[in-house]
Design a protein around this ligand. Structure first.
Ligand code: FAD
Ligand code: NAD
Length: 477
């Protein structure tokens, strides 16, 4: 039987792949997308890590746990007495699962709307013939062969596991199990104080767990601006997260009672940690299993990523790779932007991405967000800069919202005043950072931000004040 031919076949329907497929279809190309994700109920689903076991479910639980904490500890400050709040964890998890389902079904709708063929199963390269790439998709009903003029690999990533720490997603969990615990552990251990460790550690702390985090590096949140890491350290430890830096994890044993972790502290002293559950969040690794890259003469680099150039082109004509399976931050919006870029390239347009203006967010409470260079990076680069910082404490809206922790910090070139980096720790930082990303895309100066009328009272006034502070003219401090 002849294989069906497509202009573009995308492998993977996470945020990188499904966005690439939609954009390519919008541009008039005939598109198919292979996706094999299977839910615990055995249903095939689109959306990848992000929608199924990443961004979306984690943010649903963050919001629920923040509401619970507020009801338990903070509504009284507003003069509202709701008595003792009661947690229905099963309902909370079911709400999260409902949001995931709504979102993944939404992508099925978008695929239908854009006439994208969903190839339901695992795709692998079979070779190349006459300028077309052959792919085989292993579906439940049998194998499907397709030919593609262009292929976009968007196969994503999976949790990195550690030797001697077998993840069963019951006692020892990666992100998958950590988003669906059946009860709130009394004691929770977390290996790795990175994004997932802090976000999910905070969720379970807010729901009542005693959380201990073991981080291998001697520094805390090394990718953040130093001022932000210091502030975040103060806030998170005050909230009750016990974080140990410079920890070396040794033997891990499980029993009916839970998990025991032998570890060595930064001073070299032997320590033990007994917990009911353990989350292992030590980074993610690219997913290239079973793609049969060799059939099209492709391989991976020493860290497992598919090598690409600035435009996500592999060394093979018309084969692109995007998202977590290539270099750069493992962020959904970075993958989405690469998806749009590659689809537009295939359609003959000339898009590009400025990787320096991709914002980062850590959804703790308060949130952390940044874009551009950190102060320590500017120092290392020998760049002359000026810095302005303004606290949420001096903002009326923040006080009214009981969200006065943290600050905005703006870094600008000492000569041109161009904004080089913006760093926020504070409530709603994920939304506030968008203004900074727009400013940097347009190569705005701190003076430009300071001259823009910001609504009053709003958290965004802190951005303006921090921009004014670059020139030592903050008005409300
Ligand atoms: P993925 O989302 O991993 O999707 C890849 C898809 O490809 C998968 O569905 C997989 O089944 C499929 N696939 C792989 N190989 C094949 C094959 N051979 N055939 C068919 N299908 C295949 N990022 C943010 O920006 N913000 C956040 O708040 C955020 N929160 C996160 C929270 C958690 C707990 C985790 C784990 C991650 C989070 N991330 C977040 C990271 C984000 O989820 C990833 O950066 C993003 O999902 C990467 O998108 P992707 O499309 O490259 O890959
Ligand atoms: P991460 O890279 O953010 O953090 C991993 C941490 O584990 C690091 O601090 C590392 O030093 C530490 N570590 C590594 N090995 C260790 C060991 N043996 N013992 C103790 N500590 C160890 O990784 P993550 O938290 O697993 O998240 C994975 C990826 O998912 C991130 O890179 C991020 O891009 C993405 N993600 C993003 C968001 C977001 O955008 N808000 C949220 C969650 C995940």
């Amino acid at each position: 039987m002849a294989s069906e031919r497509f202009d573009v076949v995308v492998i993977g329907a996470g945020p990188a792949g499904y966005i690439a497929a939609i954009r390519a279809a919008q541009l008039g190309l005939k598109v198919a997308c292979a996706e094999k994700w299977t839910t615990p109920e055995g249903e095939l689903a689109l959306g990848g890590t992000c929608l199924n076991v990443g961004c979306i479910p984690s943010k649903a639980l963050l919001a629920s746990s923040e509401k619970y904490e507020e009801a338990c500890h903070h509504l009284g400050e507003h003069g509202i007495d709701v008595g003792a709040a009661k947690l229905d964890l099963a309902k909370m998890i079911a709400r999260k699962d409902g949001i995931v389902r709504k979102m993944t079904k939404g992508i099925e709708f978008l695929f239908r709307k854009n006439k994208i063929t969903w190839l339901k199963g695992h795709a692998r390269f079979t070779g190349e013939n006459d300028g077309m790439y052959g792919l085989e998709v292993q579906a439940a009903e049998g194998q499907v062969q397709v030919d593609a003029r262009c292929v976009i690999i968007a196969s994503g990533s999976k949790a990195r596991h550690l030797p001697g720490m077998p993840v069963d997603n019951t006692l020892i969990c990666d992100n998958v199990g950590a988003l669906s615990l059946s009860s709130v552990p009394r004691r929770l251990g977390v290996i790795g104080a990175g994004v997932i460790g802090l976000e999910l550690g905070s969720v379970w702390r807010r729901l009542g767990a005693e959380v201990t985090v073991l981080e291998g590096l001697p520094g805390f949140l090394a990718a953040c601006d130093d001022a932000v890491s210091k502030e975040a350290w103060k806030i998170f430890t005050r909230q009750g997260l016990a974080i140990h830096l410079g920890a070396r994890v040794g033997e891990v044993t499980t029993s009916k009672k839970g998990v025991s972790v032998a570890w060595t502290d930064a001073q070299g002293a032997a320590q033990g940690l007994d917990v009911d559950r353990l989350i292992v969040s030590v980074g993610r690794v690219p997913n290239t299993d079973g793609l049969n890259l060799a059939a099209v003469d492709l391989g991976v680099d020493d860290r497992g990523f598919i090598p690409v150039d600035d435009h996500c082109r592999t060394k093979r004509d018309n084969i692109y790779a995007i998202g977590d399976v290539v270099r750069g931050p493992m962020l959904a919006h970075k993958g989405e932007d690469e998806g749009v870029m590659v689809a537009e390239l295939i359609a003959g347009q000339k898009p590009h991405i400025d990787y320096n203006t991709i914002p980062w967010v850590i959804y703790t409470s308060p949130e952390i967000a940044w874009v551009g260079r950190t102060e320590q990076q500017l120092k290392a680069e020998g760049r002359a800069y000026r810095s302005g910082q303004f606290p949420f404490m001096a903002n009326g809206r923040a006080l009214g919202m009981n969200a006065a922790e943290g600050f905005v910090k703006v870094l600008a070139d000492a000569v041109t005043d161009e904004v080089l980096g913006v760093h926020i720790v504070g409530a709603g930082a994920s939304d506030l950072i968008a203004e900074a990303a727009v400013a940097m895309e347009f190569r705005a100066s701190s003076e430009d931000i300071a001259r823009v009328c910001h609504p009053h009272p709003s958290m965004s006034e802190v951005m303006r004040e921090a921009a004014l502070a670059v020139d030592k003219r903050a008005l409300n401090l």
